[in-house]
Design a protein. Sequence first.
Length: 270
Amino acid sequence: MSPQVLNRPSRQNDGVASRIVRRNRTIAVGALVVLVTIFIVSLASCGSGGSTKRSPLMPVGAPLPPFDQSLTDESVRTVPLVSVVDAAWVTDTAEKTGIPSRALAAYAGGAVRMALTWPECGLTWNTLAGIGWVESHHGELFGDYIDDDGFMSVPIFGVPLVGDGTMNIPDFDDGNFDGSAEYDRAVGPMQIIPQTWAAWNVDANGDGNPDGQQIDDSVVAAANYLCHSSTSMTTPEGWRQGLWGYNQLDSYADDVRDKADEYAAAIGIR
């Protein structure tokens, strides 16, 4: 039996066949790319609760509020903190954010003061407000409030730090700051412990008497300590450093971040 001879297609048919092969190859490659992309996105979604967006380590930074541009590194230390920021901005922002205006004036004034005296720190008012919320709900946690002069209507003291679900911090100053000569406890609307107060206390309201129960003094002391604890509050790592110095729980930093983001969003900053 003679071997079968295959007829070779004409040149015209050869060109058509080549185009069909190239088209099919392109379709196959395109489909593969789509499948790979879907697979990668699916993996990302599974690892993040269905969202491909990863939670940031720090909040968005709210810009400085309007303030007297004649203030300097030196002069801002000598004026009452409550007078630093534009009063109309405080009223408007307090309404938008729900932060009591007297507390907000301290947070915003504290951010301006730090911008002038410690500019490399980059601490924002919404971070200070986030801490104020987590620590004492801006002084209103127990139904109390901050008076117009910045003092608590009723002094705030934290639980004794005896090591039972808290840090164990024996008395530092014979109870001079916190009223307890056995174990330390946090004081005031920003909940500052005696050691931190001893190192960073400030008379920010201009009455000549640094007081942890006064919101201006308390906020600037807290701001000083945050900036001391951080390489820079403008980076995720630096922001976490500062918050870790304040409280050694990641969940604490997360709570502050979330509240700070909420306040920024309330004024259109996302």
